[in-house]
Design a protein around this ligand. Structure first.
Ligand SMILES: Nc1ncnc2c1ncn2[C@@H]1O[C@H](COP(=O)(O)OP(=O)(O)OP(=O)(O)O)[C@@H](O)[C@H]1O
Ligand SMILES: [Mg+2]
Length: 369
């Protein structure tokens, strides 16, 4: 195992990363966490390690759980990059790194399966937590966020169980712990969970000097302005090129037992209008299925965002989060560039992340691997 700081410094020397003092400070905290994890055994595993393990646990004083890290900061500062660096270097074998949207999807799926299996009225959360903790007791979440009351309730109980089992959590987020799920109906009920998180994670702010996503625009435009015939024709051409001329047909994806119809699919490319994708009742599961099936996505006619239509805007944000995570190549025609599609005077804070991501996704190398 190498210390995260050693790998970070090497990447700076190799010119892969720019030296950044704020990142350097955070990477030292990850070194410290690696050290603590090296000598730590969580409750969930000591109780499962056979006779020798049980005897050992009798004469050894249990080491208290190390506190995880909640890395918060504005967009493009290197939070995910630093967490990934830590994740690669830690000696922990039972580990999981996941995007928070994906984790929630899978957790709901397992929750429903366990609920069906358990006798009437049984509570599946303790089993769910145990199953998860046995697979991985170091959980690294990218983009921790709490979007609705159902997530808030499930998360609160699940995490309490996970921490009791000795699970260590690391997370990145754009939202401070104290601000998670605030100013929403039900926010007060969520406060005890914030406390639990504060007890088990150290909140660290990453105030890196710059948004490292900016300034990488490539040659071919992937965000075409405005929505007119000329740009539709350009997207037709891109569709043909990216799908290597394969026939365009309808394709049905199955998402948690439901059908999600992609009306225009060819090879690894799917094409939708903004309306079809963001102005109908689709959710993160649909977007995930889309991004897992297709490497390239084309969206026609992204209009100026109407601040009244919060659902469409939130769906678009969710879609971009998923596409970013899956490294999907994105081509669009739009009424304005991504900075101006949602007028600054109307827009809510979460959209800054979307803009930052869209900027990075427009670079020439994005999605080519
Ligand atoms: N010191 C650095 N030098 C060069 N590139 C960097 C540096 N730090 C981060 N980057 C790059 O900048 C991009 C954005 O970093 P990253 O995704 O980690 O940001 P983030 O803080 O997680 O942003 P978000 O809040 O939007 O998730 C990545 O491609 C990353 O590799
Ligand atoms: Mg990130």
């Amino acid at each position: 195992m190498n210390w995260p700081s050693a790998v970070y410094q090497q990447r700076v020397r190799d010119g892969v990363l720019k030296h950044d003092e704020a990142q350097e400070r955070v990477v030292l905290l990850f070194d410290q966490l690696c050290k603590e994890l090296n000598i730590y055994q969580p409750a969930v595993h000591t109780s499962n390690s056979g006779l020798f393990g049980s005897l050992k646990s009798l004469w050894q004083k249990p080491v208290p759980s190390p506190k995880g890290i909640y890395l918060v900061g504005s967009v493009g500062r290197g939070k995910s990059m630093l967490m990934d660096l830590f994740y690669e270097q830690t000696s922990v074998q039972h580990k999981l790194r996941t995007h928070f949207h994906v984790f929630m999807q899978e957790t709901y799926k397992k929750f429903h399966v366990l609920k069906q299996q358990s006798p009437k009225g049984g509570d599946p959360i303790p089993d769910l937590a145990k199953e998860l903790a046995q697979k991985a007791w170091l959980l690294c979440f990218d983009e921790f966020q709490v979007n609705d009351i159902a997530d808030a309730v499930l998360l609160g109980r699940l995490f309490e169980n996970l921490f009791t089992l000795g699970v260590v959590v690391v997370a990145t987020s754009n939202v401070k712990l104290s601000q998670l799920f605030q100013n929403r109906p039900g926010a007060d009920a969520f406060k005890p969970f914030i406390k639990v998180l504060q007890q088990n994670l150290v909140e660290v702010e990453l105030n890196a000097a710059q948004d490292y996503r900016l300034g990488r625009a490539g040659d071919e435009q992937r965000w075409l302005i405005p929505c007119n015939d000329e740009n539709t024709a350009k997207l037709d051409h891109i569709f043909l090129r990216e799908s290597h001329g394969k026939p365009i047909k309808e394709e049905t994806l199955t998402v948690m037992g439901r059908s999600f119809v992609v009306t225009k699919a060819a090879g690894d490319v799917a094409r939708f209008s903004f309306e079809q994708l963001c102005d109908v009742v689709l959710g993160v599961g649909d977007y995930l299925a889309l991004a897992q099936r297709f490497k390239v996505l084309i969206i026609d006619n992204i209009p100026m965002f109407n601040p009244e239509n919060v659902n469409a805007i939130e769906r678009f944000t969710m879609l971009i989060d998923v596409l970013y995570e899956q490294h999907t190549k994105l081509y669009v025609s739009a009424a304005a560039d991504c900075e101006h599609i949602y007028r600054k005077e109307d827009r809510r804070a979460f959209f800054e992340r979307t803009i930052s991501r869209l900027n990075e996704m427009q670079s020439q190398s994005w999605g080519n691997s």
